[in-house]
Ligand binder design. Sequence first.
Ligand code: PMP
Length: 423
Amino acid sequence: NNLSARDLAVIWHPYTQMQTAPAPIGIVRGAGALLFDEQDNAYIDATSSWWVNIHGHAHPHIAKQLAAQALELEHCIFAGYTHPPAVNLAERLLQLLGGQQGKVFYSDNGSTAVEVALKMALQYWDNKGMPRRNILAFKNAYHGDTFGAMSVSGRSVFTRVFDDLLFDVHFLDVPAPGNLDELIAHIKKIDPSTIAAFIFEPLLQGSGGMIMYDKTTFDKLLQYCAGEKILLIADEVMTGFGRTGPDFAMQQVSVEPDMICLSKGLTGGTMALGVTTSTNTIYEAFLSADKLKTLFHGHSFTANPLACTAALASLDLFLDPACKANRERINALHQSFLLTLQANPLVKNPRLLGTVLAFEIVTSHADGYTNSLADKVHAFFRERRLMLRPLGNTLYILPPYCITDEQLHTIYNAITTFLHTLS
Ligand code: PMP
């Protein structure tokens, strides 16, 4: 019953075909911030299993709601029909997002939420009879791995083989102190009146290396784009649901987005679900007797009742004041570890936003990153049963909000010990 060996015989995993990659560890159950293997060894999930399990694993509240819904209605076509979980969730999400968001479109994951937003933005201008075809995104961004989402992501090892097939996108530098004029000059050169939309991860670029923007520059850049009527698509797939501090990262800037993409933490990591919200202004451009103005986009599993129920149960937990208190507790603990990191010469650019702590490991290699460093990081933390994955030479902690102080200290201590092994 060796899960790992059986797995290797039949499963193609993401990212790990390198023959040097270790065999996958079989995980059979989870509880809180812990995952357990077949021998019942506990692993600390320091990155919320690809940033989705905001409430930890196998939370009984979500599990109970899911079980009850499965006996009631598990799936139903969503063109011409509707059901309570979809409507309840849309109402609660729009209320939570506040501001201008008026409609919810359901899809299956973060990439599809991005695809939907891009199609809505491009067709919006078409429907208004003023086609705009250019799109802005940040260099180095990651918005998913479907073709549209890849097109608006920075060109990288993820897109390398397909670069010639991706559509053209104008990539801006990430907002840093003093680069606003440069960013605006870049947009002016493109001609803002031809730009349909700007898609961005607000304040924190996740897969790109946990890069944190200069907030003032970011805010002013968005103000400029809004002034030019460029539709603002906030990809809150990772930053949403409290990750950067407040409920949504966009609450930290003065500009309202036209569309918001959500996934990952939306269901507390229990079910795959994507959401794209839009303003009523955008929605109304698709309302017409002319059939060609409709959005011809739909997924078999759109608004799956189980996924919507999981999201509703996750929202219950998210809106409990204990969730916010936990995020503040983690932020405070991170802050003191940040001071330790700042004093370490092997650490470059330690940074913190909400519950995300990140830093670069200084290496002697010119490109700052080698497979051997990544392998070292993997091996070291695996041996200590800590689930940490580096992004290039960036190491980060992005824990479930229920992680205990003790578990966090175990992670901090392991990082300190790891840095020692490099010196
Ligand atoms: N947008 C962002 C900001 C992401 O971080 C990700 C996933 N890492 C995606 C979109 C794509 O989401 P998914 O993997 O669910 O397709």
